[in-house]
Design a protein. Structure first.
Lengths: 308, 452
């Protein structure tokens, strides 16, 4: 049997058992991610390349930490706006990095499909760390780890994703993952940032759309707030009443079910997606817990691709 | 600009050409009979139901084939000047011959744009030098195709421009559009619009829909095409210019065309092989070969377009042959250029979409590849798009039942960006006669070293 190179490019297409295995692996990594258990040596002597061609601090540091926790080394190539951020340059850069003998390439890019394009050209595993408006699959995993920790199971849970659905790779990965795991997803946002196309491509029938957050706020088990992505040109679709209609204000937070949790991929636009007092004081907020889970989830992906 | 002298080809000294034993079709006058066609120089000398003597003639065997007026593609991009890495007037007109066309009309979105009489001359001279398919020029309506100042349209018409278009972009300003339509009307030339309301297509690279949402790509909604088409129909109502909507992609556009024609407006529309046969599903996996403008849409849109071709609402078939290099198409989906090539697969793809599917007969398909384009470009009176004694000796010969595999690697075009590579086509061009030359596409010299 010939060895097939494996990549981690998207949540779409992963089965429930694939996802469950990754989530369980991530959960098992938690003591290491939290610094309570010694690191693994899986990646000892191996180098991972972080190609971050779009601004990101949190995700890049999370991948770096995950590699260190697995005993590997990592180097960063960050060049937002350079020629490497365009398609041809991206492939060239990846080929050069591969030629340096790295074990895997982690790619963050503004190009939807960029990591998939690179994966076809290199022989080493490629991990998508967020591509344009397509997917952010490791974010999807860490969101699910956080939800499982708080809610026990994802099966049958009602999860609202609120905000700029149309432009959000975070939303796309979460939508794919949660529906596969049996959750019911409510997409909430202004019509300018949310179209019926998002449901159609899901196909599970467990997704619905509403433009009225107040109508569903007391029915949900979790609310995932999205960052308003004004840098992607979505700004023009956002009216000044975004907070009034879709912000997690103290009034709305008080109507959440007692066990409901609040997620946000960060960085948070305080006073827009979520008010200061909610972010700082509401017992259901799991934003920093997500960050911890990010390290565990990225370790799980690296292990799954490089455990040989 | 230095141009070598035109090659002197003593047409009269070449042997007359006999196209023997085919089914001769002239859609305009409903002629359809088996026979021989004798071409002498640049004229059709005889169409005969009884076999003609072959002595001293160059014989093209058309047994079992359709012998029809030379096919005309009114929408191709030859890329010269400025885009010679993708295509040249020579390679493009050679691709036209290989695809069974005797004439093409090239679009002005070159670099520089074809917006001066001298540039119209340049294309005509280059085409004459190549001596392959006839090339007619569609010139830019505005300076630099910028949609602001009118280009010297009258002077370009005198230099030979058969139509005007800013293809690649729609003319955004309603005021400029009105001036263009009025000017075209006054110089008796059609205007060919690329319908795209740009404020709706910012960062748009494929059909707006579930797949674009899934792939994370900007969506190009059908309404962006339709509202410009609708606007132009209104603008033109009091002007009456011959107005032609290029590469229609949506069911809504078909409805607009149908209504405008019913209202008696001088409006026409065209359909391309890719819009008849493909949907946006072809873009999955960020497949840049399927990135075209306007984008591939839904199955319902493709079906509406096929129906419109069948019922005659769409009278013109055009490939929108748009060559791009492998490295350009190798960019990521958003950065790769729009367009696919079509000349060398066109006959077989129309055959697949319209004839093999049982929707039409070949005569009607050929009508939309001959009469329709010739009427659009104002060339019907000169005898193009027709086949009759005394008419121009432009003839295409098609094997209507040939099933053959499209292999882009064998194309004469300089580019390879065909969405139909590997497809099985239905119907194959086997010979083209134009400008006094006969190209038998079945012979080794043609398939081998290149046209003499």
């Amino acid at each position: 049997m010939c060895a097939v190179k494996r990549d981690f490019l998207q949540i779409e297409g992963l089965s429930k058992s694939d996802l469950t295995a990754l989530l369980e692996r991530a959960e098992a990594n938690l003591p290491i991610a939290e610094g309570r258990a010694p690191r693994k040596e899986l990646l000892a002597g191996r180098v991972i390349a972080n190609l971050f061609l779009e601004d990101s601090t949190r995700t890049r540091c999370s991948f770096e930490t995950a590699v260190h926790r697995l005993g590997g080394q990592v180097f960063n190539l960050t060049s937002a706006g350079s020629s490497a951020s365009k398609g041809e340059g991206l492939i060239d850069t990846a080929l050069n990095v591969e030629a340096m003998g790295v074990a895997a390439i982690v790619i963050r890019t503004s190009i939807s499909g960029g990591p998939a394009m690179v994966a076809k050209r290199v022989r080493i595993p490629v991990i998508n760390a967020g591509d344009g408006r397509h997917e952010h699959p490791t974010q999807g995993l860490l969101d699910m780890v956080t939800l499982r920790e708080s809610l026990g199971s994802l099966e049958g849970r009602r999860i609202a994703i609120v905000g700029d659905i149309a432009n959000s790779r975070v939303a796309h990965s979460a939508l794919q993952g949660l529906t596969t795991m049996g959750s019911e997803v409510l997409l909430v946002g202004p019509p300018t940032l949310l179209s019926a196309h998002q449901i159609v491509h899901d196909g599970t029938g467990h997704v619905s759309i509403t433009h009225d957050l107040d109508a569903i706020i007391d029915e949900i088990d979790a609310i995932m707030l999205l960052r308003i992505q004004s840098e992607r040109g979505a700004g023009s679709g956002i009216a000044s009443d975004y907070r009034t209609l879709f912000g997690l204000t103290p009034e709305r937070a008080s109507r959440l079910k007692p066990h409901a949790v609040v997620l946000h991929p960060g960085p948070v636009n305080r006073g827009i997606e979520i008010d200061d007092s909610v972010a700082d004081e509401h017992g259901g907020v799991r934003i920093l817990r997500q960050v911890t889970h990010g390290v565990a989830a990225r370790m799980a992906v690296l292990e799954a691709l490089l455990a040989h | 600009m230095f141009l070598p002298p035109l090659p002197s080809r003593p047409v009269s000294e070449a042997p007359p050409i006999l196209v023997r034993g085919g089914r001769v079709i002239d859609p305009l006058r409903g002629f359809d009979a088996v026979g021989d066609v004798l071409l002498r120089g640049e004229r059709v000398e005889r169409i005969s139901a009884t076999p003609l003597p072959t002595t001293g003639l160059r014989v093209i065997d058309a047994d079992g084939c359709l012998v029809c007026p030379g096919l005309i593609d009114p929408h191709v991009h030859l890329r010269e000047p400025g885009g010679e890495r993708k295509e040249t007037i020579r390679t493009g007109s050679e691709a036209a011959i290989a695809g069974g066309f005797s004439m093409v009309a090239c679009m002005p979105n070159t670099q520089p744009a074809l917006d001066l009489p001298s540039l119209v001359d340049f294309v005509r001279l280059k085409a004459a030098e190549a001596g392959l398919a006839r090339v007619r020029v569609v010139a830019a309506a505005t300076v630099g195709r910028e949609g602001e100042r009118l280009a010297p349209m009258g002077a370009m018409a005198r230099a030979g421009a058969v139509a005007f278009s800013d293809d690649g972009d729609g003319i955004a300003s309603a005021m400029v559009m009105r001036r263009v339509l009025a000017t075209c009307r006054s110089i008796d030339r059609p205007f060919l619009q690329h319908c795209q309301e740009a404020t709706l297509t910012h960062e748009a690279v494929m059909n707006e829909g579930p797949l674009a949402a899934k792939l994370g790509l900007g969506g190009w909604p059908a309404v962006a095409e339709e509202i410009m088409f609708e606007r132009d129909v209104r603008l033109n109502a009091s002007i009456g210019c011959r107005y032609h909507a290029q590469h229609l992609s949506s069911a809504g556009s078909v409805e607009i065309l149908r209504r405008a024609k019913a209202a008696g407006q001088p409006v026409s529309g065209e359909a391309s092989p890719h819009h008849l046969l493909l949907t946006d599903a072809a873009c999955d996996g960020w497949n840049t070969i399927a990135k075209v403008n306007p984008p591939l849409r839904t199955g319902a849109d493709a079906e509406a377009l096929r129906k419109a071709v069948v019922d005659g609402t769409i009278e013109v078939l055009a490939t929108d042959h748009a060559p791009h290099t492998a490295s350009e198409k190798g960019r990521d989906f958003s950065a790769a250029p729009f367009g696919c090539i079509g000349l060398e697969s066109a006959v077989g793809m129309y055959g697949l979409a319209l004839v093999k599917s049982g929707l039409m007969d070949w005569t009607s398909v050929i009508e939309r590849m001959t009469v329709g384009p010739a009427r659009l470009l104002g060339l019907l009176e000169a005898g193009f798009g027709r086949l009759f004694e005394g008419g121009p000796a432009d003839v295409s010969v098609i094997d209507p039942d040939a099933a053959w595999k499209v292999e882009a690697s064998n194309f004469r075009s300089r580019s390879r960006n065909s969405p139909f590579d590997g497809w099985t086509a239905h119907g194959r061009p086997v010979a083209v006669i134009t400008q006094g030359r006969a190209f038998d596409l079945r012979t080794e010299w043609w398939r081998g070293a290149g046209a003499p």
